[in-house]
Design a protein around this ligand. Structure first.
Ligand code: ZN
Length: 200
């Protein structure tokens, strides 16, 4: 197993549309070893998810934690379908966009069809944060980064967020506390972030 290098925004691999993985390839030792490396890399970075293009492999594979009780899951050739007009608002970050966070709106309830790491079809119905995680990761497979979808005025450096809070925070509570907040007071994991709320 190995911890792989994570591509940063600006590397062309993050902008490519990734290739589907044939089911016969999924079952090869080489592919299984790659999946293990992807999982190890996600865990090493404390990520909620990681997509193959983020480690310079342009294939339609993501690993992610949808349910901490279940642990990391592997989705090969995932296809997402929104199931509701309801919107989840999330402060997102990305291991390929180090140091930044921003607010993104996405469908709050989706269905995902994919192959698991043994090549068997699997379907998920996800709501809230897990629905956001899977959309963020699958965007990587189409060369899309969360900053393409961000509400521009919410984009902020993590250090400044920890210092000043979210400038769009309607309560204003964090903002009022200003710079005496200890850095790192807001725990915001990379890939993907924290769910702020759901809107009908
Ligand atoms: Zn990402």
């Amino acid at each position: 197993m190995a911890i792989l290098k994570v591509a940063q925004m600006g590397h062309p691999v993050l902008r490519r549309v990734a290739e589907p993985v044939p089911v016969e390839v999924v079952r090869t030792p080489a592919f299984q070893a790659f999946v293990d490396d992807l999982l190890e890399t996600m865990e090493a970075h404390d990520g909620a998810g990681l997509a193959a293009p983020q480690v310079h492999v342009s294939q339609r594979v993501v690993v992610l934690v949808l349910d901490p009780a279940v642990g990391p899951e592997v989705l090969v050739n995932p296809v997402i379908r929104p199931l509701t007009p309801s919107i989840a608002r999330t402060l997102e970050g990305c291991l390929s966009v180090e140091g930044l966070r921003g607010v993104v709106e996405r469908p709050a309830h989706v269905r995902v069809d994919a192959l698991d790491r043994t090549g068997h079809p699997k379907a998920y119905e996800l709501r809230g944060f897990p629905a956001v995680v899977v959309q963020h990761e699958c965007d990587h497979l189409d060369g899309v980064l969360y900053v393409d979808r961000v509400e521009p005025r919410t984009l902020a450096f993590l250090d400044e967020l920890a210092r000043w809070g979210r400038l769009d925070d309607p309560s204003g509570e964090r903002n009022a506390r200003g710079p005496d907040m200890a850095p790192g007071v807001i725990p915001i994991p990379p890939d993907v972030g924290v769910l702020l709320g759901l809107e009908a």
